[in-house]
Design a binder for this molecule. Structure first.
Ligand code: NCD
Length: 324
């Protein structure tokens, strides 16, 4: 049976909910998932086997390429004793290749599983899936829309490293227009007090004005900048992103805009500081030089990525009602 067509707020109860947008969360929902994640992390580090998802199967339905999101969801389910139906690029290997609609594909996989994680190029696709599915749908990226589970692991990393989610000065560099991780992260930061985000991008890749207006009304201070010289030297976080090549209509436009802003040792030394952290959702394609990877402030190849596993373990256990 289909669910309520509006997006359900979490409201203190994760069981059976779809995860489509960060707009479903309050700060107390975020506090809860961060604390559950912390517990899973401690268990996993002690290598305690868990069988919370034993007997349940989760479908991973990914219409777009993925390494970290797919891999960490797959690992999270299996570390909790559950099974997976891994379906990567159904348009190549599934009935989508024969012309099947998204709706019919969802009907099929909900028959075989207790939850469906979906990544799809169309904005709103996860919501379409949620409207027809009777099992929870987790949005692993809907085009240039949102990527809520990435924002959850990002804020977990920030809280873990800096000890707070308010009073932050953040610089986001790269593609604000097409970057779904940024869209979700700003929504999460907007839930906390006194956060300022500098949005460093070429004009063409700016966050649309309507988004800036809508999010500013929530209390977050958003400052678009186009020049590295305007990076504040007291930032707590630099969050760099890839220019999203696959969203461009022609390659020439992409070539003109890619890697306008590259984090080099020189940029970090000139505008950074010793207390900040450097994040990136990955993959990177040149926008952070590899000589920074060993820097103590660089989170992307270590803590940030690994936290994706624990956040997804926590989320699945909560949504499937195995813990509360
Ligand atoms: C991101 C995505 O798919 O939006 N990747 C990820 O899930 N970590 C970022 C990107 O592809 O640039």
């Amino acid at each position: 049976m289909a669910k309520n067509p509006s997006i359900d707020k979490i409201n203190g109860n994760f069981k059976g909910k779809d995860i489509l947008s960060i707009d479903q969360f309050t700060t107390s929902d975020l506090t809860h998932i961060l604390s559950v994640t912390h517990k899973f992390k401690s268990y996993a580090i002690k290598h305690k086997p868990l069988d919370l998802l034993k007997g349940s199967v989760t479908t991973l339905l990914f219409y777009e390429p993925s390494s970290r999101t797919f891999g960490s969801f797959c690992s999270a389910v299996q570390r909790l004793g559950g099974g997976v139906v891994p379906m990567q690029m159904p348009q190549l290997v599934g009935s989508v290749a024969k012309g099947e609609t998204l709706e019919d594909t969802i009907q099929a996989f909900q028959s075989f599983s207790e939850a469906i994680v979906i990544r799809h190029p169309q904005v709103g696709s996860a919501k379409i899936a949620a409207d027809i599915a009777s099992v929870p749908i987790l949005n692993a990226g809907d085009g240039k829309g949102e990527h809520p589970t990435q924002a959850l692991l990002d804020i977990y990393t920030i809280k873990d490293q800096l000890g707070r989610l308010d009073n932050l000065t953040v610089v986001i560099g790269g593609d604000m227009y097409n970057g779904r991780t940024v869209h979700s992260l700003i929504r999460a930061l907007a839930l906390y007090k006194n956060n300022t985000v500098y949005l460093l991008s070429p004009k063409q890749l700016r966050l649309p004005n309507e988004e800036i207006d809508m999010l500013s009304k929530r209390g977050i201070n958003l400052i678009p900048i186009e020049d590295e010289k305007d990076i504040p030297k007291n930032a707590d976080i630099w969050y760099w992103t890839r220019v999203q090549k696959e969203r461009f209509e022609n390659e020439k436009d992409y070539e003109k805009l890619k890697n306008k802003f590259i984090v080099t040792k020189n940029l970090l030394n000139t505008y950074g500081n010793k207390n900040m952290i450097l994040m990136h959702p990955l993959p990177r394609v040149g926008e952070i030089t590899t000589d920074i990877d060993g820097d103590f402030r660089a989170m992307y190849l270590r803590a940030q990525m690994k936290n994706g596993l624990y956040i997804r373990m926590a989320l699945l256990a909560l949504i499937l009602g195995k813990i509360s």
